[in-house]
Design a binder for this molecule. Structure first.
Ligand code: HEM
Length: 401
């Protein structure tokens, strides 16, 4: 496969933010120029940065663009980004194309339906309320991340999968190390090993005595091997807690920093569903976007993409595209039909999106109801932002009430 492009790629992925909620200004400037730009990758590869909403949506739905791990160059400095990675292990379906991806995804789709997630709502409400109460009892000021945003989705995904919540340190710490941009290869490898060993052990225990949860169901109802089950569990456990946790933490900060929007939501709690969608759009926590590799030469957006080139699909840029959203840089909880790309699009569209929606709806509603005068306990500029992580958010959020 050739690496040639018409123009030499000198641009590197813009990552510096001027404002905690806005994508890098450089990214938005590039989007205003043209829908895609040649991009230089740290390993020397020349690929593309795509910033246009319509184009990104089209690429995500186009089988000529692959999610296969071994084809995708890493667009930011990362300990494992110096060379192309090996193919994904069996079960790691997020890094596969059809038909391999389809086989795994179809075993899981039934577990994550809207109906099933809505049925979970009472239990999620119990979990959210118990954490709100614990935060209150612990006293002011509290860190909203460690006492609310992180434990809620962690506990929910543990219960769904049948993982003991007592083991949360293992997977929360491993996830932190895996998502860190400036970690060492050794730290990264150790994090992978610890989460894999923990889940290998769990699958063995469940194989011996199947339980009534998603992993137990997959063991009983499918022909999946232990290695496949282990890797599916790794994907679900990591994707299932860290994403929603960051939306809850950063979302709470965004509401506190936009008092007019917070007041609207407090005055009319029925706005919550739209507010969740708007926060997903406005905050775009998957901050570097989805990544694909071209399987063949493709003409798109007035450019020729060459087979083998990696494309960074900037979800933050797409979600602020003025062609798609009026006044895109404004948080507006009353916005109509927010068809954002924060859960992706096409065959890899987020499997856990209905679960995440319920957790956010119940999470934000409870927080606003239980803490009517919630406010920051530090100056806004003192809140530590996750600019050093693949998933954006806040490291901690000191609040008082
Ligand atoms: C896929 C975002 C919550 C499980 C994705 C993708 C995005 C995304 C953008 C597509 C990746 C791509 O196309 O390459 C988010 C956000 C979340 C969230 C913003 C929270 C607000 C969850 C939860 C789960 C989950 C709670 C729980 C199981 C997955 C899985 C995939 C995925 C398994 C891969 C699907 C596939 O490859 O078929 N997510 N996610 N996500 N997400 Fe989420």
């Amino acid at each position: 496969m050739t690496e040639a492009v018409d123009r030499p790629a000198t641009l590197t992925l813009p990552t510096t933010r001027d404002h905690p909620f806005d994508p890098p200004a450089e990214l938005l400037r590039l989007r205003a120029e043209r829908p895609m730009h040649p991009l230089a990758f740290p390993d020397g590869h020349q690929g593309w940065l795509v910033t246009d909403y319509t184009l990104i949506r089209a690429i995500m739905a186009d089988p000529r663009f692959s999610s296969r791990q071994e084809l995708r160059h890493v667009p930011f400095d990362h300990p494992l980004g110096k060379t192309l990675p090996p193919p994904a292990e069996p079960g790691t379906f997020i890094r596969m194309d059809a038909p391999e991806h389809t086989r795994y995804r179809s075993e899981l789709t039934a577990q994550f339906t809207v109906r099933r997630m809505r049925a979970l709502e009472p239990r999620i409400t119990e979990i959210v309320e118990s954490h709100a109460q614990a935060m209150r009892e612990q006293g002011r000021p509290a860190d909203l991340v460690s006492s609310f945003a992180l434990p809620i989705p962690s506990r929910v995904i543990c219960e769904l999968l049948g993982v003991s919540y007592d083991q949360r340190e293992v997977f929360q710490e491993a996830t932190r190390d895996l998502l860190q941009l400036q970690g060492t290869p050794e730290k990264f490898a150790a994090a992978f090993t610890s989460i894999e060993e923990f889940l290998t052990e769990l699958i063995l225990v469940k194989r011996a005595a199947p339980t009534d949860d998603i992993l137990g169901g997959l063991i009983t109802d499918t022909e999946l091997t232990d290695l496949e089950l282990r890797n599916i569990a790794v994907v679900l456990l990591i994707a299932g807690h860290e994403t929603t946790a960051n939306m809850l933490g950063l979302g709470a900060l965004a509401l506190l920093r936009n008092p007019d929007q917070l007041a609207l939501l407090r005055a009319d709690p029925t706005l919550i569903d739209g507010a969740v969608e708007e926060l997903l759009r406005y905050l775009s926590i998957i901050q570097f976007g989805a990544i694909r590799a071209a399987l063949e030469d493709v003409e798109l957006g007035g450019e020729t993409i060459t087979a083998g080139q990696t494309l960074v699909l900037s979800l933050p840029a797409a979600n602020r595209d003025p062609e798609r959203f009026a006044d895109p840089d404004r948080l507006d909880v009353t916005r109509d039909s927010v068809r954002h790309l924060s859960f992706g699009h096409g065959i890899h569209q987020c499997l856990g999106q209905q679960l995440a929606r319920v957790e956010m709806r119940v999470g934000f509603s409870t927080l606003l109801r239980e803490f009517p005068d919630l406010r920051l306990a530090v100056e806004p500029h003192e809140v530590p932002l996750r600019t050093d992580m693949a998933i954006y958010g806040v490291h901690s959020l000191p609040v008082t009430w």
